[in-house]
Write a protein that binds this ligand. Structure first.
Ligand SMILES: Nc1ncnc2c1ncn2[C@@H]1O[C@H](CSCC[C@H]([NH3+])C(=O)O)[C@@H](O)[C@H]1O
Length: 302
């Protein structure tokens, strides 16, 4: 699309065309578009932002949300003070991100949408490359399952496996009811519904070690009360375990700092995962031979 066509379709007034052209020059330089005689064209990066297909647009809007972005200007203040308070809590008067997302439905919706987009690509990869992880299971609870994207993938691929999406009640209220899976609202620090398997994707990195140990203990109780062997399946980053791609390492390190600011939590290396798993009382665990971009899969056995 040539510049003037692009400008009219956004739309912006003609006197701003040259400003748009300058922005586009930078975006071409950054690999977001390519420029040819016919005009600007998409690259694999901007294809990810199209409404159709992968659509990671919400993820970009989430990390660039103007209100939340302002926390980073105060990182040095939090570094200098003692105590456990996260940067997010400091800037938003003691509020955790979950309360903020509940009070600001627009932000909450964006958060859920971004998580769903991420689940879309990671679950496709997991089911295609490591389906045996679901072998022999009759039921599974996706704890902190958001609006149910992961559960939809699992239920579709394994119709005999009964899945439940479990999250905070106000998040569960947004899940469209379906015949193919169940929903349950609650607090994972209190009680998790019994199941053969507990699925925890992108959840533990939101919490400090003490909280992770509490969550993992509730998961263990949920499996044990079901009396059927069972396991916990964790999908999260293991720092130092990414592929050899320097971009993957960069992504994990950026995520680690994002967790530091947003939740006062972290991405964990192998030893740190070992420590919380053993502290929560699990007898054994296995890092599965599958890598989904920056994400690893760990199975925990009670
Ligand atoms: N106390 C809690 N009990 C249950 N879910 C929670 C709690 N606190 C936060 N969450 C949820 O944890 C999720 C973390 S985001 C990860 C969502 C999803 N597993 C995915 O991978 O896409 C959010 O959906 C939160 O609403």
């Amino acid at each position: 699309m040539p510049l003037n066509e692009l400008a009219r379709s956004i739309p912006i007034p003609p006197e701003k065309d040259s400003m748009l052209g300058r922005l586009m020059a930078l975006l071409v330089n950054q690999g977001i578009f390519v420029q040819s005689e016919a005009g600007y064209q998409l690259t694999p990066a901007s294809e990810l932002l199209q409404t159709e297909g992968s659509n990671m647009g919400a993820n970009v809007r989430l990390v660039t949300d103007a209100e939340v972005l302002k926390i980073w200007g105060r990182l040095s203040e939090v570094l200098k003070e003692s105590g456990e308070r996260s940067l997010f809590e400091k800037v938003f008067d003691g509020k955790k991100l979950w309360e903020f997302a509940k009070e600001k439905p627009e932000y909450g919706k964006l958060f859920d949408e971004a998580m769903a987009n991420q689940s879309n690509s990671v679950m496709r990869g997991l089911i295609a490359s490591y389906p045996h992880i679901f072998d022999g299971l009759n039921n599974l609870v996706d704890v902190g399952g958001g609006t149910g994207t992961a559960v939809k993938f699992i239920a579709e691929a394994f119709p005999r496996l009964r899945c439940t999406v479990f999250d905070l009640p106000h998040v569960i209220a947004k899940v469209l009811k379906s015949e193919s899976f169940d929903v349950a609202g609650g607090d994972m620090f209190e009680m998790i519904p019994p199941a053969d398997a507990i699925f925890l994707k992108n959840v533990l990195h939101d919490w400090n070690d003490e909280d992770c140990v509490r969550i993992l203990k509730r998961c263990k109780e949920a499996i044990e009360s079901n009396n059927n062997g069972g396991k916990v399946i964790v999908v999260d980053i293991i720092i130092g375990f990414e592929s050899n791609d320097p971009k993957a390492t960069e992504t994990s390190l950026l995520f680690d700092i994002a967790m530091m600011g947003l939740f006062g939590s972290k991405e964990r290396n192998k030893q740190e995962w070992h420590d919380i798993i053993i502290r929560a009382g699990y007898s054994d665990y296995k890092i599965c031979p599958v890598q989904l971009g920056v994400y690893s899969v760990i199975e925990l056995y009670p």
